[in-house]
Design a protein around this ligand. Structure first.
Ligand SMILES: C[S@@+](CC[C@H](N)C(=O)[O-])C[C@H]1O[C@@H](n2cnc3c(N)ncnc32)[C@H](O)[C@@H]1O
Length: 314
């Protein structure tokens, strides 16, 4: 059965208990520095997610490598911050906070602003970020990305974003990105990193990045975190400044986008009459979405790890 199924709220209760209990045991003996505390919390989340019924929808494994390599490749300016859309439990936000702390001693690219619509997810993320000692660097805002964005202009000013990580809902990635462009929030060469581009898919974002003159796009192919047979793609694109619109996406891409949302709801157990999503359904759906992309000439390079792929700027 699709690993995300099962009782979502029970699983969230279990993950909080798991992290709190083990973290308390490990901290008992020694006073632990913030860098160690964050690694500890991340390791605990990784080990919780290993059990099939505990699978967590977080960007771990190769996906974390793509995100972190992009973060390191950006020429950070002192005023720039990172925006993550879709916090869930704060896993990626803590990874980026840890990296910002190690690489830039908390000075450049130091702030990780992350937005989460679900208040329960947001509260758990805040709790984990606190346990990990990164609440000085990573901050969770509650709300839909589209509603929270105008506040970022007030708080940080124009051109404040050095990196945007989209991991919330593939069918609205492109509209949220267009809002960021219109609000003048993107800094020079701001990197847009998007997860789940092939599974369940983000066709309209990919169209915008591939055919819009403001973006320079690279696409990476990898296996889904803890799902060794299921291929997904991540997009990494560099902002070239406002240069006009992409041509409108064809109707077949609009239909595909609608359908990816349908699959997303089915994966979350919200379409019980259509049955659960099994591994073979996810493998086949990813292939279907990728075929669409390939027919428009959009290809992905296999991800071989951070060493070989060190320069991620497209
Ligand atoms: C895949 S999870 C994010 C995982 C996280 N980026 C990580 O790797 O640790 C997606 C999250 O996005 C949230 N979400 C969905 N739509 C959203 C929206 N419009 N605005 C903000 N958050 C949203 C969901 O509630 C969910 O917690």
């Amino acid at each position: 059965m699709q690993p995300a199924s099962g009782n979502h709220w029970e699983k969230l209760g279990a993950v909080v208990e798991f992290v709190e209990m083990r973290q308390q045991q490990q901290q008992h003996d020694a006073s632990i520095s913030p860098a160690v505390a964050v690694d500890q919390v991340l390791r605990l989340l990784d080990s919780f997610a290993q059990r099939r019924e505990h699978w967590l929808k977080v960007a771990g494994g190769a996906k974390a490598e793509v995100l972190e390599t992009a973060f390191e490749s950006h020429p950070w300016q002192p005023h720039e911050v990172t925006l993550e859309c879709g916090t869930f439990l704060g896993y990626s936000a803590m990874r980026l906070a840890s990296l910002a702390h190690k690489r830039f001693s908390g000075v450049l690219g130091a702030r990780i602003m992350t937005v989460e619509v679900d208040p329960v997810h947001a509260c758990i993320a805040r709790h984990f970020i606190d346990l990990a000692g990164c609440s000085r660097i990573a901050e969770v805002s509650i709300g839909q990305v589209k509603d929270v964005l105008p506040r970022f202009v007030e708080n940080f000013g124009f051109h404040a974003l050095g990196l945007v990580f989209m991991d919330h809902k593939g069918t609205i990635f492109h509209t949220d990105l267009e809002s960021l462009e219109l609000l003048n929030l993107l800094g020079p060469q701001c990197l847009e990193v998007a997860d789940n581009v092939a599974l369940p898919g983000a066709p309209l974002l990919l169209w915008h990045l591939a055919f819009g003159p403001s973006w320079d796009l690279k696409v990476h192919a990898m296996m889904e975190f803890l799902e060794p047979n299921t291929e997904d793609w991540m997009a990494v694109a560099s902002y070239q400044g406002p240069a006009g619109q992409a041509p409108p996406a064809p109707p077949s891409w609009q239909r595909l986008s609608w359908h990816t949302d349908h699959m997303r709801r089915r994966s979350a157990g919200l379409r019980p009459t259509e049955g659960d999503m099994f591994e073979q359904d996810r493998v086949a759906y990813s292939r279907h979405v990728r075929r669409h992309y390939l027919s428009a000439g959009i290809t992905a390079l296999p991800w071989h790890g951070p060493v070989e792929s060190a320069d991620l700027s497209p």
